[in-house]
Design a binder for this molecule. Sequence first.
Ligand SMILES: *Cc1c(COP(=O)(O)O)cnc(C)c1O
Length: 439
Amino acid sequence: MIKNEDLSCNKIYRELGISDRVYLHGERVWRSLKDRWERIDALSEYNQLKVIKAMQKNQVSEACLMGTTGYGYNDLGRDTLERVYADIFHTEDALVRPQITCGTHALALALMSNLRPGDELLSPVGKPYDTLEEVIGIRPSRGSLQEYGISYRQVDLLPDGSFDYEGIRAAVNEKTRLVTIQRSKGYQTRPTLSVGRIGELISYIKGIKPDVICMVDNCYGEFTEKTEPSDAGADLVVGSLIKNPGGGLAPIGGYLAGTKECIANAACRLISPGLSKEVGASLHVLPAFYQGLFLAPSVTANALKAAIFAARLYEELGFQVTPGAEEERFDIIQAVTFGSPEGVIAFCEGIQQAAPVDGHVLPVPWDMPGYDSPVIMAAGAFVSGSSIELSADGPIKEPYAVYFQGGLTWQHGKLGIMKTLQKLVEKGIILEDFDKQNL
Ligand SMILES: *Cc1c(COP(=O)(O)O)cnc(C)c1O
């Protein structure tokens, strides 16, 4: 029997370096969000059932968890998992492989396999994610699409964030073969696109040129709505397994889900013409791929809760947050603009200090491959670099915004955000009496 021991959260937060002031403020903020929690729980319930339904329909069995080595002929677990993904995304086929090493690789694969010399790629939603600049050749790079004679055109969003329909109509031409639409905001403060808006854009483009391939970079968007872009007309959706659909358990991997034609092109490029989907051993990753997918709706919901908590807390302190606390969400990213490198760095230090792994290390900005300015990344993850686990990152450049995402559990997300506030207060970036209007 434990006697007279203080088992309050207040005390253990204090032991983790959270002052009473920050703790009480955090408590007040999350109490104000409880009705949002109910809606997120309903979303994750729907998506959980969607995943179970797809697994049952395809008779996922114990044998599917075994994996293969070598060439990987007759890999039952791999083939079944690809059918499960195709059913979740309501597509004809899918490619889900540990040989796809990350999100950028999955997107590069989708582009390089579905475009041919002389074709043109169009982004009607502005600049794509930073690492794609070198894939496309916007920044000259070895092996880019540009080197293979594939041209690129971009139509920016209008200043109010809406689609530039006239500009898009003018940009589509006889060479336009593939349109890439990024759902999430990436390192930008533009709004994330909902499945509904993506659907409108796709039907507009197909109205101009019906045979164009519409691809969606679905990174960070999976399971944040009841539908996916492939339900709204996308021919191909692409993402990373160390983000939402891996549920925190997948140790590597990427997926493509789409038409038979698009997936066949991708498989021939990933493996080899002729061998296609038949080859590619799944080694020992299948239990993590399956169980991660099973957990993904719930993990994504936890990440959404952490993002909303961060939005409300920093919005109240007067910082610009995208999206706002009350806005609907279509990805798990929360941007907070601090306007100074010190703010971005302090925030990332706070996230790092909340980590179960590497909580004692100090993140610093560095020149990462694929990015054009130093980037600071905080992640104390079980899977290295996993950003479905609690993480934050930001390029050290104007407008000095930090991008926060993930949290396998909501409780961890809450601790992380409280740690960021604690850091910002300790470094004098936020005044010590930040909560005085609430006292
Ligand atoms: C993360 C991300 C990518 C790239 O994924 P990596 O796994 O980091 O290579 C591409 N697009 C978007 C929108 C992303 O969020």
